[in-house]
Design a protein around this ligand. Sequence first.
Ligand SMILES: *Cc1c(COP(=O)(O)O)cnc(C)c1O
Length: 477
Amino acid sequence: MSSKQQAFKALPSTDQLLQAPELASAIERVGHDELKRVAKEILDAHRQQISAADTPTPAQLDEKQVFDKVCHQVNDILESKDSSTLVSVFNLTGTVVHTNLGRAKLPIEAVNAISMVAARASNLEFDLTTGKRGDRDSHLEQMICDITGAEAATVVNNNAAAVVLVLNTLAQQKEVLISRGELVEIGGAFRIPDVMRSANAVLKEVGTTNRTHLRDFADALGPDTGAVMKVHTSNYEIQGFTHSVPEAELSALCTEHEVPYVSDLGSGTLVDLAQYGLPHEPTVQETLSFGADLVTFSGDKLLGGPQAGIIVGKKALVDRVKRNPLKRAFRVDKMTLAGLVEVIRLYKDPRRLHTRLPILRDLTRPVQEVDSQALRLLPYIKQALSSSAVVTIEECKSQIGSGALPLDLLESRALVIRPSNEVAGKDGFVTGLSERFRSLSVPVVGRIHDGALIFDLRCLQPNEENEFIGQLGQLSN
Ligand SMILES: *Cc1c(COP(=O)(O)O)cnc(C)c1O
């Protein structure tokens, strides 16, 4: 027999593998069919390898060894396939509301409510008084109206959907007037001109990039105008020789022409953040008081809730929005709704909000607290990295993120890791190190700047510290 034939013969059959005691617990976990699929994949790979080898494979393993090896491979593959790719991470990037890292962390009240409606039947669209069909907006609408002073409200899947829905409802095949200074791209394919197109509305630019006046709008208003829109330029600022039309004036002009005035706040908040020592961000209440007929904003940016888009404003317009067939396509899921109800409920007590809402807790965290945390963590990081790295505590600025308040704002502290002098190929060192931090049990995500790996500690809660420290030992493996 040739050595190739011997090698083929040494491979176990799929049936033998399915009977193997070594794989019994795997079958229990993933089921017979999945194990069979993986076993076949691995055996096929082995057969291909044996066929492709042009020299006879030296020192063949005996059958038992081959069997053990294949069992190992099956178990390894099943294990890696069996765990979700969606995992929790430590966000030490310095961007508090990080779109790629899941934006707002939810308060415990929201988490509990979400698991309740997820596991059980609920009165999502059922009126318990009449026993008849109900409306899912009913769980939220009154509360949002009480807090914002709006006449009516509705909720969809995200703010992008809210904007599309509003434009499509008010301005299908009609013009939407918008200042040239507000034709923004939010990132990730949300660009106002494209959004207009997908809403089947016609974008009509008004004014110039840096200066737009009331008369520009007045001149552009006409029988084809479906709406006038203001977009909060959340992720950039135009500075210098600029002018934009005060919202109250624009809204008065729209009222005069009986055209709806809509404002996309993007991040939008329900409290004046200045009361927590943060920079002021336009609130939904202010925007309504300046005369906006509809306002759209995100549930998971500064609001600190689950991903959602909220539409508030005049009842007649919100009713039209609710009747648009797209509303059905964009509606929120029960889990989102349950979480959002609890988050908005916290806004009833603004004085305690910054201790109960994770996003505000992170944003308002005193720098002294971050500093002492850095001091506590420093020795553990140093120990885990040994002499290859120099670790220091440095001042840094966190940012709010997700387009809210674009500039670096919040005084914070970071653990900064640089290669020590003895390490050659320094660029590779820092990227390699950041990869190792990202492969920890709870991946740690920082940022690389100026040849250093930077961990802004603002979003590392004191009660997560032990978990953070506990896994550092894995770095030296
Ligand atoms: C973020 C943002 C959006 C999109 O909101 P999502 O919740 O991400 O869908 C729309 N408009 C503005 C001005 C924004 O900042």
